[in-house]
Design a protein around this ligand. Structure first.
Ligand code: ASP
Ligand code: MG
Length: 419
């Protein structure tokens, strides 16, 4: 019997009817001869409600950080409920199933509450249980620190739980969600977006961190590091009368070598999670930018794009950088505090920006990718404010008002709608 991890998101666990459908999908895989571990999310909306409760209980007033251990105790409960309900439902279908809480597996994490990282997941006990024919239900999102406290893995963390369990069991991971795969871009922005049959780990990692919301970024990192084949599938399916599932489509996230179709660009993403900070009239000397970025680094503020340009005043420059929106106020505050040492004249903070990126492993070996991008933007009269590149992506920062237009222009410039 081959082992398989199946992961179901909040929509698939949203109420008892949906849990029953999820159970039928799991039962079909079990009857097809798999040894199965299922990783579940909380019911859709539940985690937000739990966050609000911790706020209401005075988390902020008591000066507790989001990283408080009791915050995790509350948040982890959502997945405990769905794990138990799915196990019960499977038993009612005549299958042998039981739940395994994070501390029982155990899913061992560091002690950074609120966004813990998984250190280790032993696969032997869980593996023996499922090989003996019992379906294991593991709550996603939760783990246990070495000090024995309950932890959670950050929002969207059930994906990472699922990949970690698959890595521990040495098997593939099917992620059932409310979209039927990974698309060339967000179909809500471009209706001609196309589902990708396969996408490489590296491309998926860039897509997840650049704004595609299908998977938690850490889950892709882990899948890439442990070479776990991950398939993203729609949960809106039903086994037929004989209990057999339709043939699996979705998107397979795998090694680049396993992808036959050669494309230069695989996807276009858009993120509104950026803010732009400009320091105007900074003395033009080599040590000023170092001063700026040291202050940001010491405060743990991540900087993404950086541009320096001449300013109108002789001997000074403008230095522009972007941070995540969450960090922008803090970054601006740090700059203002240091204004006299850093020596800039004025500061601007702009949250009305968007980062639009094109991603594809084919860029490594093809010229002209940037040219196509800038031509397409120019044709629409879209100005860019900053650029950053890696081997497999080019990102531009633009006015948020043009973000969707830019996505559509790029999607057609790279002919992503055609096969
Ligand atoms: N329930 C958690 C959240 O909403 C984890 C997850 O669903 O992945 O963030
Ligand atoms: Mg999710």
């Amino acid at each position: 019997m081959t082992r398989l991890v199946m992961k179901f998101g909040g929509t698939s666990m949203g109420d008892l009817d949906r849990i029953r459908r999820t159970a039928r999908i799991v039962a079909a895989e079990a009857r097809a001869g798999h040894s199965i571990a299922v990783v579940v999310s909380a019911m859709a909306g539940k985690t937000n409600e739990l966050v609000a409760w911790t706020d209401g209980a005075g988390r902020a007033a008591a000066g507790m950080a989001m990283t408080d251990d009791e915050y995790d105790v509350v948040l982890a409960s959502g997945e405990q409920v769905t794990a138990g309900l799915l196990a019960l439902t499977l038993r009612n279908l005549g299958l042998d199933a039981r739940s395994w809480m994070g501390w029982q597996v155990p899913i061992i994490t560091d002690d950074v509450h609120g966004r813990a990282r998984i250190d280790e997941v032993p696969g032997d006990v869980l593996g023996a249980a499922i090989d003996a024919g019992q379906i294991a239900i593991v709550p996603g999102f939760q783990g246990v620190s070495r000090a024995g406290r309950i932890t959670t893995l950050g929002r969207g963390g059930s994906d990472t739980s699922a990949v970690a369990v698959a890595a521990a069991l040495g098997c593939a991971c099917d992620i059932y969600t409310d979209v039927d795969g990974v698309y060339t871009t967000d179909p809500r922005i471009e209706s001609r977006a196309r589902r990708l049959e396969r996408v490489s780990y590296e491309e998926m990692l860039e897509m997840a961190s650049l704004g595609a919301k299908v998977l938690q970024t850490r889950s892709v990192e882990l899948a890439m590091a442990r070479r776990v084949p991950v398939r993203v599938l729609s949960s809106f399916i039903e086994p037929d009368a004989a209990g057999v599932l339709p043939e699996k489509s979705g998107t397979l996230i795998c090694d680049e070598e396993e992808i036959v179709e050669k494309r230069i660009v695989s996807g276009v993403t858009m993120s509104r999670d950026e803010a732009r900070i400009s320091l105007l009239g900074l003395p033009d000397s080599v040590d000023r930018p170092a001063e700026v970025f040291t202050r940001l680094a010491e405060a743990n503020v991540n900087v993404d794009m950086i541009v320096q340009s001449p300013s109108r005043t002789e001997g000074t420059v403008n230095l522009t950088f972007t941070t995540g929106r969450r960090d922008a106020l803090r970054a601006a505050e740090l700059m203002r505090e240091g204004q006299s040492d850093i020596g800039f004249q004025d500061i601007r903070v702009d949250e009305d920006v968007a980062k639009v990126s094109v991603i594809g492993v084919g860029m490594r070996s093809h010229a002209g990718v940037a040219q196509t991008m800038f031509r397409a933007l120019a044709d629409k009269g879209i100005k860019f404010q900053a650029i950053s590149t890696s081997e497999i992506k080019i990102s531009v920062l633009i006015d948020a008002a043009y973000a969707e237009l830019a996505v559509r222009a790029l999607h057609s410039a790279y002919e992503l709608e055609a096969v």
